[in-house]
Design a protein around this ligand. Structure first.
Ligand code: FA5
Length: 341
């Protein structure tokens, strides 16, 4: 009987040495240490042995059990280490490989130039006032002294919605009325940036969608000289001390008198070329003294208050600063253009 235990022990240890994966280990445990294993049956049946044999058989039986349990624990450790080792080798992760570069987003050139414009006007005490892209006909035209059937409406043809009198604004000037109605009768100094829309032919200089930054200052005693000095200062801050500007008389129904401001052409340096239509100058903004009718529509008494206004095109300004020859690049979504900023 004790010999049987010896044989069982040897057989079990030999089988364990052959088990090389968790499945074989579990099967081994079931066979040699499980509830129906012959060793378990042997130990369970000790009581049936003659009393004289019991102590020795029990001692040896328990010894074998402890040996097998210890061998199982060692086998488990050996197999777990092998499994881990295999995983580490087959799923190797090379931490020395350089990472894949993330593609970084960047700001659109219009956003960049708008931020520059905001900073310049902020330094001169102008705060940003937002007004809607979708406007009423009244604000885009009538309250700006452009009554229905006025020929000036042709210059600013737009996209109309199916709702009567609701349109996409053609300029940021309707924001003047919104701002004045909110501030009057207090003096104000604001810029009104935003997108404008025009139903017109797309060319190298004109888009159907573009930004404008409107400016408006209203207070007692504001003069045309203040307007000229302010715009000349803006041009110097934007284009540098040496930048040459030109003020040209013009007409807008909502300002009187009115003028346009040109900056020397970046392509030809003022000699004349196709980009500046051989004039040597590029127009960047329209401006003037706020018309008394518009002041009144905004809630100010034109006998007490005066003001100046201007509307500039940031894309045109960006073209001048960076030598961009075609405005269509701005909304063409071509990364070769956009990645240069
Ligand atoms: C106006 O829109 C007036 N509201 C400006 C103004 C405001 C005058 C306040 C007086 C007082 P104009 O249509 O010229 O004016 O446009 C002003 C500027 O917007 C232009 O100088 C130009 O820089 C820009 N702009 C106009 N049309 C386009 C276009 N199709 N594409 C790109 N920029 C444009």
């Amino acid at each position: 009987m004790l010999e049987q235990l010896d044989t069982l022990e040897q057989e079990a240890l030999a089988a364990l040495a052959q088990a090389n994966d968790p499945g074989a280990l579990a099967a081994w445990k079931q066979t040699y240490l499980g509830r129906s294993a012959s060793l378990s049956t042997f130990l369970g049946d000790l009581g049936k042995l003659p009393a004289a044999e019991r102590p020795l058989a029990g001692k040896r039986g328990n010894e074998v059990k402890r040996t097998l349990e210890a061998a199982y624990a060692a086998g488990e450790e050996r197999i777990n280490a092998a499994v881990l080792n295999h995983a580490l080798q087959s799923e190797a992760l090379d931490v020395t490989l350089p990472g894949r570069p993330l593609r970084r987003g960047r700001l659109h050139p219009s956003t960049l130039i708008l931020r520059r414009i905001y900073a310049i006007w902020a330094e001169m005490g102008f705060q940003i006032y937002r007004s809607p892209n979708v406007e009423l006909d009244d604000y885009n035209f009538t309250l700006l002294n452009i009554p229905p059937h006025h020929p000036a409406r042709d210059m600013w043809d737009t996209f109309y919605t199916t709702e009567e009198g609701v349109l996409l604004r053609t300029h940021t000037s309707p924001g003047q009325i919104h701002a004045m109605r909110e501030f009057a009768p207090a003096p104000l100094r604001v810029i009104l940036p935003g997108m404008c829309f025009r139903y017109e032919q797309i060319t190298a200089r004109s888009e159907i969608q573009f930004h404008q930054v409107e400016g408006l200052a209203v207070g007692p005693g504001i003069t045309f000289a203040n307007l000229k000095a302010t715009l000349a200062d803006f041009a110097r801050r934007m284009f540098g001390e040496g930048a040459r500007t030109q003020f040209r008389a013009d007409h807008f129904p909502f300002t009187e008198p009115s003028m346009e401001v040109d900056v020397e052409c970046f392509v030809c340096g003022g000699k004349g070329c196709p980009v500046c239509k051989f004039s040597g100058w590029l127009e960047i903004l329209g401006s003037g003294m706020v018309h008394p009718t518009v002041l009144r529509n905004g809630g100010y008494d034109p006998k007490v208050f005066s003001g100046f206004a201007f509307g500039m095109g940031p894309e045109r300004i960006a073209m001048l600063r960076h030598g961009i020859e075609d405005i269509r690049y701005f909304w063409g979504n071509d990364l070769r253009f956009l990645e240069q900023f």
